[in-house]
Every structure is written in structure tokens, then in C-alpha cells.
Design a protein around this ligand. Structure first.
Ligand SMILES: NC(=O)C1=CN([C@@H]2O[C@H](COP(=O)(O)OP(=O)(O)OC[C@H]3O[C@@H](n4cnc5c(N)ncnc54)[C@H](O)[C@@H]3O)[C@@H](O)[C@H]2O)C=CC1
Ligand SMILES: CC(=O)N[C@@H]1[C@@H](OP(=O)(O)OP(=O)(O)OC[C@H]2O[C@@H](n3ccc(=O)[nH]c3=O)[C@H](O)[C@@H]2O)O[C@H](C(=O)O)[C@@H](O)[C@@H]1O
Length: 420
């Protein structure tokens, strides 16, 4: 496939679709980016980005100068890449596939024989060869003869999107046992990682078990932390010692699992089956960590009700401004239920206009606090100065959910540090 040859229409210009469209445009393809949200389209046209990754912003900006057009309607193209949301409907206890359904219905209406459709949204196994194929075939095109239908999951790590988009290995699965050549040639033209081939349902399943695996492993680390607490020993020291074994690699305990995907994707595997699910227990363990953090705080303070608590870190993980599904907000809700008087929030990456709550500077958040809870493993927190805390806080309790602080230093400065 030569660069600039096929036209590509990307459906959904969010965290995944926009960088994908930009990488393709910067690789020489003519790319039409379609998003149903008119305000988002307008923002993109006027170069108002909400990225937290500066290299990504420059990259998308460059793509918009050359190759990437933002369109109010999807346009016919040789390739349609679908990157729309797939939230989990907690009331119905199933994946909400309505965005995928709408997107593929739109694509089906403009498809021509010889075109290729690739879904990249995270979906329950069987979606591409089921829902997508049905919708396309209802429009009169055969998924075995006329068009190539495939699934290729996205595995970029938020915070390192651009590099991972270009360098990660890719899995490509096709529906109806079709040869994947056209899809492989497209990815091969802009990624440096290996491309692995399977069927669409396996590719969908693999994406889910990757994130479920990480969730289960983090749950094990969290369980270890709680057990170590019961035995009154240091969880981090125990984990470091256990990891000296060549076949043991326990992850880091923390306040729970946040982010757009890991707390949600494992649930997609349920999808009506009755297999006993370790992954459901893992979800319960990880969701329960905020309760454990609250218990540590309650044990450390004479009285939680009416106290002032500083929350350090609102992002779901270190080094990013992304607050989606962040344990910080569950903790805030729990502390409010426990009638904590004042909850003062700060985060070096999350700016005040990014969230609904008041975000203070670190110094302001510590003013008059009885306790401070470090929720996010932002690298800056490793260098925090106990003298600055002592000047502002009235209490000396620190709950360090990520084991960021040098305990001896803080101990010497008169603080009681409790780690998860
Ligand atoms: N955010 C991430 O880091 C990763 C996300 N994923 C998966 O990728 C998919 C997309 O996720 P994000 O990009 O994060 O979502 P997002 O919410 O950032 O963006 C989705 C975009 O699709 C648009 N949209 C909705 N319906 C549409 C339609 N019918 N046609 C065109 N546009 C439509 C929305 O307006 C929105 O701008 C999800 O399935 C997600 O689970 C997979 C790996 C990583
Ligand atoms: C299997 C895998 O590593 N998936 C990646 C993951 O990105 P994400 O940023 O959500 O993952 P993460 O860095 O593990 O963070 C998830 C959450 O888990 C927490 N976390 C992580 C590791 C650890 O030892 N302890 C811990 O508590 C983090 O603080 C965070 O709250 O999910 C992404 C996705 O699917 O959106 C996927 O593309 C990424 O490759």
C-alpha cells in the first residue's frame, strides 16, 4: 500500500480516535475525522485541544494543517475506523453498545464494495462478527465477499499515547474468516511493532483479558497490603522481598484502580456467562481500597467527623491529569458521608477548570488540615518537604496510599505516616 493512496474515515475523535487520525494523516493519508459532537468538532477546527500530552497536541495540530479534515458528516472512504465510546451500563449490568451500533449504521449507509471497516472500541467478544456484521449485511453488502470487516484493539497507555500508538504491537482479527491483508497493510505502513493475526472474536477477548489480568494482579497487591496490615508488617517491604523470587512479580498496592478502562473492561467478560469470576472478586477488592484508606484515617485521627482533610492527587494515576474513575473522588464521597468537616483538594496536574470541585494549590490544601492523604503517585510527591507541611497543617497524620514518602525523614519531622 503506498502512502496517500486510500482515504480513511475515522469515526469518533476522542482519546483514541483523534491521535489515530493524526498519526494516519501525518503518515501521508487523506483522513476525514468525524465526530457526532458539533462542539467538539468546532473546538478541533479552532485548535482548542484538551490534551494533557503536549507532544500529542503538536502532533494533532500538524495533522490538521495537512491531511486531516474534521467533517460534520462521515464520508465514503476505503477504510472506516470506528473509535467510539463503549461505557458499561451499571443499571443493566452490560456494555452499552449503542454508540457502536449508531456508528456502524452510519458507516453501512456509505459503504461501497471493496471498502474495509475496522472497529477499535473495546467490546464484548462476538460484537464485530455479530452486531457489526448484521448491521452491514442488512444494508445489502456481504461481509464475506464485498467488504472486509475487522477488529483491532487499542492498547495505548494514557500519558504515553503517541509513542505507544506508533510502537505497540497490534492485534488484527477479521470477521467471517476473511484474509486480513488490507488491514495489516494499513497498520504496517505506520506502526513499528509486530502485527499478530487472529479472528475478530479472539482479538476482542484478548483486549479484555489483558486489562482484566492487570486488574486481578493489582487486586492481589491490594489484598497483600490489607493482610500485611492485619499482621502489623510492612506491605512494601514484604512485596519487595517476595519479588526477589525469579517467578514472582507483585504489583503496587494503592487506593484502588482508576482510569477509563481497567475498572470497566473486565466486566465486559461477564456478558451473560455463568463462569465463576475471579475478576469480579478482584473488582470488589480494588473498589474496596477506598474503604480501607478511610479506616486507616479513622484509626489515625481522634475524630474524623468535623476534621479537615487534605487530599493530595486527584488524577487516577501519577504524571497525568486524567481524573476518570479516579479513587480520589470516591474517597471524597466517603469522607463526606463520614461527616469530615473540610476536604481540601490539590493536584499538580489537574487544573481547577478540569473538575467540578474546588482545586487548591498544595499549600492551600494543607492549611489547617488535621490529616493529609496522598492518593496519586505523582512523581513530585516523592520530594515533598515535611517542614512545609508542618508550617501549614494543625495535625501530623499522613496517609500515604502509594508509599511515596521517606518514612524516616517524616517520622523525624514529627509526622505519623500510615502506608497502604
Ligand atoms: N482512552 C483510552 O486510553 C483507551 C480507550 N479504549 C477504548 O476506545 C474506545 C473509545 O474510547 P475514547 O477514545 O477514550 O472515548 P472518548 O469518549 O474520548 O471519545 C469518543 C468520541 O466518539 C464520539 N462519538 C460518539 N458516538 C459517535 C458516532 N456514532 N460517530 C462518531 N463519533 C461518535 C464522541 O463524541 C467522542 O468524541 C472505547 O471503547 C474505549 O474503551 C481503548 C484503549 C485505550
Ligand atoms: C494491560 C494494560 O496495561 N492496560 C493499559 C491500561 O492503561 P491504564 O492507564 O488504565 O493502566 P495502569 O497504568 O495500570 O493504571 C490503572 C490504575 O491502576 C493503578 N495501579 C497500577 C499499577 C499498580 O501496580 N498499582 C495500581 O494501583 C493505577 O494507579 C491506576 O489507577 O488500560 C488501557 C486501556 O485499555 O485504556 C490500555 O490501553 C493500557 O495498555
Amino acid at each position: 500500500m503506498t502512502a496517500a493512496e486510500p482515504r480513511i474515515c475515522v469515526h469518533g475523535l476522542g482519546y483514541v480516535g483523534l491521535p489515530t487520525a493524526a498519526v494516519l494523516a501525518n503518515s501521508g493519508y487523506e483522513v476525514v475525522g468525524f465526530d457526532v459532537d458539533p462542539e467538539h468538532r468546532q473546538n478541533l477546527k479552532s485548535r482548542e485541544f484538551t490534551f494533557e500530552e503536549p507532544d500529542l497536541e503538536r502532533f494533532v495540530d500538524r495533522a490538521l494543517d495537512d491531511g486531516l479534515t474534521i467533517a460534520a458528516d462521515p464520508e465514503p472512504a476505503e477504510f472506516h475506523l470506528i473509535c467510539v465510546p463503549t461505557p458499561y451500563d451499571r443499571n443493566l449490568d452490560r456494555t452499552d453498545l449503542s454508540f457502536v451500533q449508531t456508528a456502524v449504521e452510519t458507516v453501512a449507509k456509505i459503504l461501497r464494495s471493496g471498502d474495509t471497516v475496522v472497529l477499535s472500541s473495546t467490546v464484548p467478544p462476538g460484537t464485530t462478527d455479530g452486531l457489526l456484521r448484521d448491521v452491514i449485511e442488512r444494508e445489502g453488502l456481504s461481509a464475506t465477499e464485498d467488504i472486509l470487516l475487522g477488529y483491532s484493539p487499542e492498547t495505548v497507555l494514557p500519558g504515553n499515547t503517541l509513542a505507544e500508538l506508533r510502537e505497540n504491537d497490534r492485534l488484527v482479527g477479521t470477521a467471517a474468516d476473511q484474509p486480513p491483508d488490507r488491514i495489516v497493510a494499513l497498520y504496517d505502513s505506520f506502526i513499528s511493532g509486530d502485527i499478530r493475526i487472529t479472528n475478530a472474536t479472539t482479538a476482542e477477548f484478548v483486549k479484555l483479558i489483558q486489562n482484566a489480568c492487570r486488574d486481578v494482579n493489582i487486586a492481589f497487591a491490594n489484598e497483600v497490603a490489607k493482610l500485611a496490615h492485619e499482621f502489623e508488617i510492612d506491605s512494601r517491604e514484604s512485596i519487595a522481598l517476595a519479588n526477589e523470587h525469579p517467578r514472582v512479580d507483585i504489583l503496587h498496592p494503592g487506593p484502588g484502580v482508576g482510569g477509563h478502562c481497567i475498572p470497566i473492561d473486565p466486566l465486559f467478560l461477564k456478558h451473560g456467562n455463568d463462569v465463576p469470576m475471579l475478576i469480579e472478586v478482584a473488582r470488589t477488592v480494588n473498589d474496596g481500597m477506598v474503604g480501607f484508606v478511610t479506616e486507616l484515617l479513622e484509626a489515625a485521627l481522634d475524630r474524623v467527623a468535623g476534621s479537615t482533610v487534605a487530599i493530595l492527587g486527584l488524577a487516577y494515576k501519577g504524571g497525568v491529569a486524567d481524573t476518570r474513575e479516579s479513587p480520589a473522588f470516591t474517597l471524597v464521597d466517603t469522607l463526606e458521608t463520614a461527616e469530615v468537616g473540610d476536604i481540601q483538594l490539590s493536584d499538580p496536574y489537574v487544573m481547577p477548570d478540569m473538575v467540578d470541585r474546588e482545586v487548591l494549590s498544595l499549600e492551600e490544601s494543607l492549611e489547617g488540615a488535621d490529616a493529609a492523604v496522598i492518593v496519586t503517585d505523582h512523581p513530585e510527591y516523592g520530594a515533598l518537604d515535611p517542614a512545609m507541611f508542618a508550617e501549614r497543617m494543625v495535625g501530623r497524620v499522613i496517609i500515604d496510599t502509594r508509599a511515596m514518602l521517606d518514612e524516616e525523614r517524616w517520622d523525624t519531622a514529627g509526622f505519623d505516616v500510615y502506608k497502604v
